[in-house]
Write a protein that binds this ligand. Structure first.
Ligand code: PMT
Length: 405
């Protein structure tokens, strides 16, 4: 999977840098073209001579060559790269990446990279567990980076805990899986609903919910990366897509979402309903702002909104796939399976507010997938981009059986 891929191996200054030599060897062996970018302190742990001998390329560390004055363009590297892996990523480099402190070539390259970035933290257990580091890692995750979690074991300090850089073989596997074309969606049109809907009460107020759109947009990004033609029908969110080739139809109310989704579904192969659609809307929107000064308390009459997923379930043709979500607080499994059947879905993704880190607004989610033929798949707490990959892998393995390898 890595044959011919352009990989930047970023090395920062930690004792685990010795493992990066082996990682570089494995990447080269797998057929990748590797450019090493190392921080000044990285060079204290491992010499550029070893790295350039193994990669067959001069190692990049400074902004320009001291001998010739030649400028090393991080912008060109950012365009050349198919994937960047930073291993080891120290607490300091993680903090700089999270906050855009571009004071060395590794960080400027990271900031310029137009490709997925994989970060393998390595540090002592206390540094790893510190809220600052955890916060910075979460920030990096929320920017769509892939965190390769460190393992637990004996550390350079001889203390035992979490902070060991993941083993090179495993890092190569993560990259290979990422580039695996077996689970491609090339030639498929995918429609994804995302975010909340706003149902107007008056010109300044609405009924809404806490959906941030992160889950739906992560699915859209993952489907796009796998070659699909992707359309998001999006409620009001602040998340943005990474490419102008992902079509976004912005809507506000459930009715608007219904119209756009039904229209897009006609030519779609797959629809994934991750939006948190308001089930009810005010029967009418007051023409002017409802005033507090009035004596009587206003009564807002609600009417049922269309159930978009159920509507698509009725319209679904042979060959079209329909995936719903279930956001539950209790009787979680029963309710999810009930929605699966009632809405004529092929798969339902259950996320429960009983699980810490799952559901609205978080950068993580914990899901269980149920299928219409009674299969069940459980997953651990992961970042939303990783959850998106699990959802699409499950869908493809189960229903599409694409094998382009
Ligand atoms: O956006 P985030 O902050 O990242 O949060 C993600 C999420 C929690 C919103 C997402 O993971 C999720 O669970 N989305 C579905 C939320 C929801 O409304 O669930 P539900 O159980 O009420 O609805 C069941 C299914 O029917 C969903 O696929 C929903 O999109 C769909 N539906 C519901 C009501 C309606 N009127 N029309 C619909 O299409």
């Amino acid at each position: 999977m890595l044959k011919g891929k352009h990989i930047i191996l970023g090395i920062s200054g930690g004792i685990a840098a010795y493992k990066s030599v082996y990682l570089l060897r494995l990447l080269i062996k797998a057929g990748a073209e590797v450019q090493v970018v190392i921080t000044p302190s990285g060079k204290e742990f491992i010499t550029p001579v070893t790295l350039s001998a193994l990669s067959g390329k001069p190692v990049v560390s400074e902004f320009f060559s001291a001998n010739t004055g030649e400028w090393h363009s991080h912008v060109d590297l950012g365009l050349w790269v198919d994937a960047m892996v930073i291993a080891p990523a120290t607490a300091s480099s993680i903090a700089k990446m999270a906050h855009g402190v571009a004071d060395n070539m590794l960080i400027t390259t990271y900031l310029s990279a137009k490709a997925p970035v994989f970060i393998a933290p390595a540090m002592d257990l206390d540094m790893m567990a510190h809220p600052s580091t955890q916060h910075n890692i979460e920030l990096l995750r929320s920017y769509g980076n892939h965190i390769i979690e460190p393992g637990t074991g004996e550390l350079a300090s001889h203390l035992v805990g979490k902070g060991r850089m993941e083993e090179p073989e495993q890092i190569v596997k993560v990259l290979s899986d990422f580039f695996s074309v077996k689970k491609s969606l090339r030639g498929k049109k995918v429609v994804i609903t995302a975010g909340p809907t706003y149902e107007k009460i008056d010109p300044v107020r609405f009924i809404g919910n806490y959906s941030s759109g992160k889950m739906g947009y992560a699915i859209a990004e993952e489907a796009f990366r796998r070659g699909a033609d992707v359309t998001i029908v999006s409620g009001p969110v602040s998340v943005k897509v990474s490419s102008p080739d992902i079509k976004v139809i912005n809507v506000e109310s459930a009715k608007e979402m219904e119209a756009a989704t039904v229209a897009e579904f006609a030519a779609a192969d797959i629809a994934i309903m991750s939006a948190a659609v308001a089930d009810y809307a005010p029967s009418e929107c007051a023409r002017s702002k409802i005033k507090r000064e009035k004596d009587e308390i206003p009564i807002i009459t609600l009417v049922k909104n269309p159930d978009i997923a159920a509507e698509l379930g009725k319209k679904k043709r042979t060959g079209q796939l329909l995936v719903g979500f279930a956001l539950e607080t209790d009787n979680v499994e029963f309710n999810a399976k009930d929605k699966l059947a009632r809405k004529n879905l092929d798969m339902i993704v259950l996320n429960s507010l009983q699980d810490k880190g799952a559901g609205f607004g978080t950068d993580t989610n914990k899901i269980t997938i149920f299928t219409s033929d009674n299969d069940r798949y459980d997953f651990s707490l992961k970042s939303k981009p990783e959850v998106a990959a699990d959802i699409l892998d499950t869908l493809i393995n189960k229903y599409l059986h694409i094998d382009e390898a």
